[in-house]
Design a protein around this ligand. Structure first.
Ligand code: ZN
Length: 272
């Protein structure tokens, strides 16, 4: 074989590879992920979700910029994911984590203003999300994102429910209550040590896919031992999924839950 043949063969192979890569890139979907808040740092969420998205046919842009939820930023995307609550704290707060004495001791409380939460969502952002899903795209709402529904009827109508509250981290069971849904096929019930989020669900019960239950018999006040923990439905021409587990990396990576999140993304992208 002459060196000219080798280089020609190499050139053809490279060209074929470039064409295949371009075709793959062209077929690749785009997602925007708005993550992180006072109680959930964006680093752990991105670490957890990068593993979840790995190998799926979608490129993800992670951001913690609230203004990213906009008609303009969503126009080239097929999926919007949100794992953050509805609050911002413009006047500041004591430590990064209000639940630890370590953080609470960093400032002189008498000289520091009391933390006051404000909703961040603007109605035009809720409308942008509604139009995005109505047009045929997907919305994956995770964990404490049900809290955003408390600040907008429009957002709540798309998201499907609203946050009630949660006890401290404790083990609980997540049960698949609709094993026939494409998202839950092949997924077994699982146990996580996480925040068991209690949520109000507004839509038809037939769209519920998961329920959480404290099998140690622990209640959350008057809300009992169980809560809706996941749902999935068509909305306009698009699709919406909510799953409540997600306060920790180990919970987000629980093997059955990891599989379920990946199937949720595929279902939202209409691949299953
Ligand atoms: Zn949380």
């Amino acid at each position: 074989m002459t060196s000219r043949n080798v280089s020609r063969r190499f050139a053809l192979k490279s060209a074929a590879g470039a064409i295949a890569a371009t075709a793959f890139a062209q077929g690749r979907k785009k997602a925007l992920a708005l993550i992180g808040d006072r109680y959930h740092n964006p680093d752990y969420i991105q670490v957890a979700l990068e593993k979840m998205f790995d190998g799926l046919n979608v490129s993800v842009e992670f951001t913690n910029q609230l203004a990213a939820l906009s008609k303009d930023r969503l126009k080239d995307c097929q999926l919007f994911l949100c794992l953050r609550d509805g609050m911002v704290w413009p006047g500041g707060y004591l430590g990064p984590d209000a639940y630890t004495h370590y953080s609470a001791g960093l400032e002189d409380k008498d000289d520091f203003p009391s933390p006051i939460a404000k909703p961040w969502l603007k109605e035009e952002q809720a409308v942008a999300l509604k139009e995005f899903v109505n047009a045929g795209n997907g919305f994956y709402s995770l964990h404490n994102n049900s809290h955003v529904s408390l600040s907008s009827k429009t957002y709540r109508d798309v998201q499907g429910g609203a946050y009630v509250g949660h006890p401290a981290l404790r083990p609980f069971k997540v049960k698949v209550i609709n094993p026939g849904h494409p998202i839950t096929q092949g997924i077994s019930d699982f146990i996580v040590n996480d925040e068991q989020h209690y949520v109000e669900y507004d839509k038809d019960p037939k769209y519920l896919i998961l329920q959480s239950e404290n099998i140690d018999g622990l209640n959350y006040g008057k809300h009992g031992k169980t809560s809706p923990a996941g749902w999935a439905y068509d909305y306009g021409k698009g699709r919406v999924v909510f799953t409540a587990v997600g306060h920790t990396i180990h919970a987000l990576w629980q093997p059955e839950y990891l599989k379920l999140q990946r199937r949720a993304v595929q279902w939202l992208l209409k691949e299953i």
